[in-house]
Design a protein around this ligand. Sequence first.
Ligand code: APR
Length: 234
Amino acid sequence: MKKMVILTGAGMSAESGISTFRDSGGLWEQHRVEDVATIEGYIRNPQLVIDFYNERRKQLPTVKPCRGHELVAALEKNYDVTVVTQNVDDLHERAGSTNVIHLHGELMKVTSSISPNDPLQIQTLTPEHLEIHMGETAPDGSQLRPFIVWFGEAVPMIEKAAEEAMKADIFVVIGTSLNVYPAAGLVQFVAPEVPVFLIDPKDVPWTSSHRYTHIKKGASAGMEELLEDLGIEN
Ligand code: APR
């Protein structure tokens, strides 16, 4: 089977009702990034950060995968698919994708404040237990924190994602403004002859020398068009 790597961002979940970050009305218009999405912000005011992710986590059971997520999952019938997502929601998994790399963490997981990437410290929350509070601790005794990669922190999964990109026979980018590195740099690892598709209703800053086909539509309609281009019945 040919290998397809799909890099997704917040636009992938927009049609599920989850706000993007940099569109008008996006999350970064309602919150200061430095307060809720940086390691310094967490150290300065952990309560504010824990509350911010509790609110976003409580939204998850109220939203569901969009047609775009479902079509991404359906591609596993035709390709060896790896989804590399910047999103922290679980919509790719809920749509049926079985190979998802989360570059920026996962909203349904919490971890240690001392060793956030130690597997022994990472716990998955349940729909019955969606909030964490100050004073709740990880196994190592430190304050429980969201399993999210904040600005200023390492992106441990980027090496695995780059290895996948290097093996891609087709590379698809859906719903990301390509503002944030190292995620935005993944296309550099894609071999020059590999076809690249961008699905986004807007133009995005494309700094790579890699040529690409821009399907200027939303995630769901864009995925419909991509499947047609690839000659796949859906
Ligand atoms: N379908 C597809 N794409 C869409 C849709 C849609 N329905 N609606 C908006 N978009 C596109 C926008 O045009 C934009 O290019 O989705 C992109 C969203 O960009 P951002 O809001 O910047 O989100 P993202 O690129 O995922 O941000 C990257 O920044 O704040 C950090 O960690 C956070 O993972 C996030 C990272």
